[in-house]
Design a protein around this ligand. Structure first.
Ligand SMILES: *[C@@H]1O[C@H](CO)[C@@H](O)[C@H](O)[C@H]1NC(C)=O
Ligand SMILES: *[C@@H]1O[C@H](CO)[C@@H](O)[C@H](O)[C@H]1NC(C)=O
Ligand SMILES: *[C@@H]1O[C@H](CO)[C@@H](O)[C@H](O)[C@H]1NC(C)=O
Length: 264
C-alpha cells in the first residue's frame, strides 16, 4: 500500500530532516502586517467523532460523509507556527496553495488530513480555498526558516503525524472511542506523557467531548510541553463516529458557503 511506503519513507527522511536542518537566514517574512519569526510548532489533530457531530450537509470534500474511507483515529488539522508569549503569525507570504506541488502526497492527505465540512474557507488576502489551502496559506507560509515550501509543509506534517500516533498512545491506556465511557482528563494527559514524554494540549467541546489534541515541537522537531492552559472539564469523552443519517448529499462543494466557525 502506497501509504505504508510513504510512512516508512517519511520516518526515515523525517529523522534526517530533524538532524540536518540548519538554522537558516530568515527570508521575507512579512506581508502587510509586521510579523516576527515563530518560536515553536503546534501539530493540531482533530477527533472525527467530535468534528462530525453536527454536520448538516454532505459533499464530496467532507470527510464526515465518507466514513468508510476515514481512519478511526485522530486526523490532522494543521501544523501551526506559534509565538511563545501568545498568538501566532499568519499569512506570511503571498504564496498560494498549488495542488500540483503535493500531488504525490494526495493519498495520505485525503486519508489523514480530511476536511470535515463543505464549502470553501477563507485564507489570506480575502482569498477562499480548500481546507489544505487555508492551512498552508495561513499557517504554512509562516514556517520560515524551518519550512520554506508547500511540499515541505505537507510532508513534514504527515511525517510528524506518522511518528507520533496519539490514537495509539491513548489506546494503550484503554482510552478509546465510546459514547458511554468518560475518562479522567488527567488520565488522558498521563497516557500521552507516558508515550511521548511531553504534555499535549487538549481542547474540549460541550459536555467534555475531546475536540482536538495538540502536540508541540521546537524548531528541530523535538517534542516540547504545550502550554498548560486547560480547556477541558475533569471528565472527558471520545465520541464514536456515527454514520450520518440525515444530511443530503450535494454534488459539488458550495463555493459561497463560508464556514463561520474559526478554523484557526
Ligand atoms: C450540535 O448540535 C446540537 C443541537 O443543535 C447542540 O446542542 C450541540 O451543542 C452541538 N454540538 C457541537 C459539538 O457543536
Ligand atoms: C505580496 O503582495 C503584495 C500586494 O500585491 C505586494 O505588495 C508584496 O510585495 C508581496 N509580498 C511578497 C513577499 O511577495
Ligand atoms: C495509529 O494507531 C492506531 C491504533 O493502534 C492504528 O489503527 C492506526 O493505523 C495508526 N495510525 C497511523 C497513521 O499509523
Amino acid at each position: 500500500m502506497a501509504s505504508f511506503t510513504f510512512k516508512a519513507a517519511a520516518q526515515v527522511v523525517f529523522m534526517v530532516l530533524a538532524v540536518t536542518l540548519p538554522p537558516q537566514a530568515v527570508e521575507g517574512l512579512t506581508v502587510g502586517k509586521e510579523q516576527r519569526e515563530f518560536d515553536y510548532f503546534v501539530l493540531a489533530l482533530q477527533w472525527p467523532g467530535s468534528s462530525c457531530r453536527n454536520v448538516s450537509m454532505c459533499c464530496p470534500t467532507n470527510g464526515c460523509c465518507h466514513r468508510a474511507e476515514l481512519p478511526a483515529e485522530f486526523t490532522i488539522h494543521g501544523l501551526w507556527p506559534q509565538y511563545q508569549d501568545k498568538g501566532w503569525p499568519s499569512c506570511c507570504t503571498n504564496e498560494t496553495f498549488n495542488e500540483n506541488e503535493v500531488s504525490s502526497l494526495f493519498e495520505d492527505l485525503e486519508r489523514y488530513w480530511p476536511s470535515y465540512r463543505c464549502g470553501l474557507v477563507s485564507s489570506c488576502s480575502n482569498r477562499k480555498g480548500s481546507f489544505w489551502a487555508h492551512q498552508y496559506e495561513k499557517h504554512g507560509t509562516c514556517g520560515s526558516p524551518v519550512i520554506l515550501h508547500q511540499y515541505d509543509y505537507f510532508f513534514t506534517t504527515l511525517a510528524l503525524f506518522f511518528n507520533y500516533n496519539v490514537t495509539e498512545a491513548l489506546e494503550e491506556a484503554d482510552i478509546i472511542a465510546s459514547d458511554t465511557k468518560k475518562y479522567g482528563i488527567e488520565d488522558v494527559f498521563r497516557a500521552v506523557r507516558s508515550a511521548f514524554k511531553a504534555n499535549p494540549k487538549i481542547t474540549c467541546g460541550k459536555k467534555g467531548i475531546i475536540k482536538e489534541l495538540r502536540l508541540c515541537f521546537d524548531k528541530e522537531f523535538q517534542l516540547i510541553d504545550c502550554d498548560a492552559t486547560k480547556s477541558c472539564p475533569k471528565f472527558v469523552s471520545l465520541p464514536e463516529f456515527h454514520e450520518l443519517s440525515k444530511p443530503a448529499m450535494v454534488k459539488r462543494a458550495i463555493p459561497r458557503m463560508i464556514d463561520v466557525e474559526a478554523i484557526m
